[in-house]
Design a protein around this ligand. Structure first.
Ligand SMILES: Nc1ncnc2c1ncn2[C@@H]1O[C@H](COP(=O)(O)OP(=O)(O)OP(=O)(O)O)[C@@H](O)[C@H]1O
Ligand SMILES: [Mg+2]
Length: 254
C-alpha cells in the first residue's frame, strides 16, 4: 500500500525544550509518533512522560522548539482552535475521572451532547454502540460510577473517550493500581480499541511502567531519559537494545 508521506507522523516534537524555572524537563527533544500505530513511552518516574502528554494536548507550551500535531503547529492556534482541536483526542487517565453524579450512560453521552448536534435518539444509539464496543453490560448503564467495579469504570472511561471518534488516544498509566486480571483486560481493550478504529486511522500513545504489557501490545516503544528520547524502535529492536539504562529497566521490570 502507498503511504502518504505527509501523514506518516501524527505528532512531531522538533527540538523541544521545556524548563520550569531552572529545571529543564525536556531537553532538545526530537520525537515523532507514527500514525495509526501504538506507541508506548517508557521511562523512570520524573523523566517527563506526563509533561510530553501535556504538550501534545497544548496544555503546556515549549520553552523552545515546536510541536506539530495532526499537521498543525500548536503554537499558532487560538484558544478556540485549541478547544476544537482537543476533541480529536481521547484521554484515558489512571483514575477514570468520571462524573460521579451522572450515570455511566450519562457519562458516555456527555461529550456527544456537548460537542455534537446529534439528536437524543442518535446519541442513545451511539452510546449503546460504544458500551458494546468496550463490553459494558446493560445492567451497568443506569448505575453510578461508584456502583460498579474499577475495571468496569475503566470501560466507561474508555467509551466516553471514544465517543467523538478521536484520531489520537492517549493513555497515561492506564493500568497503574489495578489487579493483574483487570490489568490484562484493560491492555486487551486498548489493543482491541486500536484495531477496531484502524479506519480512522487511530494513533495510540500509552505511558506505562508495565514493561510486559508494553512489549505485548505496542508497535513502537520510546524510552525517555533526562528529557530526551534515547531509544525509539519497534518492540523487537527495543528488546535487543544495547543501552545499559534500558537493559536495566527491562531487567527490573521482569
Ligand atoms: N507545572 C510544573 N511546574 C514545575 N515542575 C513541573 C511541572 N510539571 C512537571 N514538572 C516537573 O517535570 C518533571 C517531570 O514530570 P512528569 O510528570 O512529566 O514525569 P513522569 O515521567 O510523568 O513521572 P511519573 O512516572 O512519576 O508519572 C518532574 O521533575 C516534575 O516535577
Ligand atoms: Mg506521569
Amino acid at each position: 500500500m502507498m503511504e502518504n508521506m505527509n501523514q506518516e507522523y501524527t505528532i512531531e516534537f522538533n527540538d523541544v525544550t521545556k524548563s520550569f524555572g531552572e529545571h529543564t524537563v525536556l531537553d532538545h527533544l526530537d520525537f515523532k509518533i507514527h500514525e495509526g500505530k501504538i506507541t508506548t513511552l517508557l521511562g523512570f518516574s520524573g523523566a517527563g512522560k506526563s509533561t510530553i502528554l501535556k504538550h501534545i494536548l497544548g496544555i503546556y507550551h515549549p520553552t523552545e522548539g515546536h510541536i506539530k500535531v495532526l499537521g498543525k503547529e500548536l503554537i499558532n492556534m487560538t484558544d478556540r482552535e485549541i478547544r476544537e482541536f482537543r476533541t480529536s483526542f481521547g484521554m484515558s487517565f489512571q483514575y477514570s475521572a468520571l462524573f460521579d453524579s451522572m450515570t455511566n450512560f450519562g457519562n458516555v453521552a456527555f461529550p456527544l451532547k456537548e460537542f455534537t448536534k446529534l439528536s437524543d435518539k442518535e446519541i442513545n444509539e451511539k452510546v449503546l454502540d460504544l458500551m458494546e464496543q468496550v463490553g459494558l453490560e446493560e445492567h451497568a448503564h443506569q448505575k453510578l460510577p461508584s456502583e460498579i467495579s474499577g475495571g468496569m469504570r475503566k470501560r466507561v472511561g474508555l467509551a466516553r473517550a471514544l465517543a467523538l471518534e478521536p484520531k489520537i488516544m492517549l493513555y497515561d498509566e492506564p493500568t497503574t493500581g489495578l489487579d493483574p486480571i483487570t490489568t490484562h483486560m484493560v491492555d486487551n481493550l486498548i489493543k482491541t480499541t486500536h484495531k477496531r478504529n484502524a479506519h480512522i486511522p487511530m494513533t495510540t500513545v500509552i505511558i506505562s511502567h508495565d514493561i510486559n504489557a508494553t512489549l505485548r501490545i505496542s508497535d513502537y516503544v520510546a524510552f525517555l531519559e533526562k528529557g530526551r528520547v534515547v531509544e525509539h524502535s519497534s518492540v523487537e529492536d527495543f528488546k535487543k537494545s544495547k543501552n545499559p539504562v534500558i537493559q536495566k529497566f527491562l531487567e527490573l521490570s521482569l
